[in-house]
Ligand binder design. Structure first.
Ligand code: C5P
Length: 400
């Protein structure tokens, strides 16, 4: 996985014959894990259809500044903020002139002015247009503003001329886009996380479950994705949106979660068991709804498999991290669990304290390993998740 994994790229396409290569560029960027939104000028739409770019990017193509529906879905300012990199490829001579002069008379040029992230252009034009002093002066202006310039290359041109002005190949543009970013803590790593509660069926309409909201696991998934990892989130039923760039596998029961996790754990570098897995399930899930009859009824429960212990005991085990929610002697119970389950690290939290842990937006934990203890004070779950991922990435690096 590349440094482009989970990076947000807005690809602006302007009108020129090289626009057909933009389709391939979207594929190259997506292959490296980037999330791509495409913006097309009117002229670009004469060369390549929005439908092609929509299919390849997996997102609706943005074209008009004045389309209320598109603006309601993702307005131009929102799109400008979303971008980690705004790349215009191909950038025509005309569009380069617009950028040099700060014009904002269509969606792409407006976005360019509104975007404060990294910006790059891949010029593509006839060699005489590239050599023209007006273009050269515009390029000097953009260079002086710190815009990254990708190309152009030299060679045979669509018009039959030979010289400078060819857009670089999509693979080269993807390499150059990647070079704009620093490496992150979990680049190239695969992270598997469980989150939320499980549901253990009593009959077709009833189940045993718990109050886990899934917030901590989802925050960890997001933090890991932001740190460059490829993240799979195996989730029990929760009311949360999937973080961008995260693959989510929905499960219900502990057994489903066990199967989904064990099918993936050997391919993972880091496993975090954040789910509140039900320890027991009804011995038999009755096929028909149970009718009320006697004043008392007895449910026989049997133990569920311990998912994290199974991961820790598997041959190709990832760095395995569990949670210990305790109400007393938190650290000693956590240490005991660390050893008993064969974990590399455990995140201990005191759930007897009001306002943290289960279902709340804040948490306060201690990250415990065989050799260390790191107390992380009370903070929002996302901030805490970011801090935990930074610590775990460090330990993962030290282990390898
Ligand atoms: O044993 P206890 O439930 O306190 O351990 C909590 C840790 O073990 C958490 O990381 C939880 O996700 C994991 N666990 C599991 N499978 C179970 C029970 C707990 O993976 N059946």
């Amino acid at each position: 996985m590349s440094r482009l994994n989970n990076r947000h790229i807005v690809l602006g396409i302007t009108g020129g014959i090289a626009a057909y290569k933009a389709a391939e560029l979207v594929r190259r960027l997506k292959e490296r894990g980037a999330l791509v939104h495409v913006v097309m000028t009117d002229a670009a739409r004469e060369f390549i259809t929005p439908l092609t770019l929509q299919a390849l990017s997996g997102n609706p193509v943005h074209s008009s500044l004045l389309d209320p529906e598109a603006e309601a879905a993702m307005g131009h300012i929102e799109l400008a903020r979303w971008a980690d990199l705004l790349l215009v490829a191909p950038a025509s001579a005309d569009f380069i002139a617009k950028l040099a002069h700060g014009q904002a008379d269509d969606l792409l040029s407006t976005l360019w002015l509104a975007c404060q992230s990294k910006k790059a252009i891949a010029p593509a034009m006839n060699q005489a247009m590239w050599a023209d002093p007006a273009t050269a002066a515009n390029m000097d202006t953009l260079r002086a503003r710190g815009i990254a310039i990708f190309g152009p290359g030299a060679g045979e041109q669509a018009c039959g001329d030979v010289g400078l002005g060819r857009m670089l190949e999509p693979g080269e543009l993807a390499d150059l886009s990647e070079s704009q970013f620093d490496s992150r803590l979990l680049d190239g790593k695969r992270v598997l996380i469980t989150a939320g509660p499980t549901r253990e069926a009593i009959d077709p309409v009833r189940y045993i479950s718990n109050h886990s909201s899934g917030k901590m696991g989802y925050a960890l998934a997001r933090a890991a994705a932001d740190a460059g990892a490829s993240v799979t989130l195996v989730s029990g039923p929760v009311a949360l949106a999937t973080p961008a760039g995260v693959e989510r596998v929905d499960v219900e029961s502990a057994q489903d979660m066990y199967d989904a996790v064990l099918a993936r754990s050997a391919q993972s570098d880091l496993f975090i068991g954040c789910a509140a897995v039900a320890d027991y399930r009804p011995a038999t899930a009755v096929e028909q709804k149970i009718k009320k009859q006697a004043d008392e009824m007895t449910l026989t429960l049997v133990r569920n498999p311990d998912i994290i212990s199974a991961v820790a005991a598997s041959p190709d085990r990832p760095f395995t991290v569990g949670f210990a929610a305790e109400t007393q002697d938190v650290l000693s119970y956590a240490r005991d669990k660390l050893e008993r389950k064969g974990l590399d690290a455990i995140i201990a939290n005191d759930v007897s304290v009001a306002g943290i842990g289960f279902n709340s937006d804040q948490n306060e934990v201690t990250l415990v390993t065989a050799a260390s203890e790191e107390a992380l004070p009370r903070m929002g779950k996302q901030q805490l998740a970011d801090a935990l991922i930074a610590h775990l990435a460090q330990q993962l690096g030290a282990r390898r």
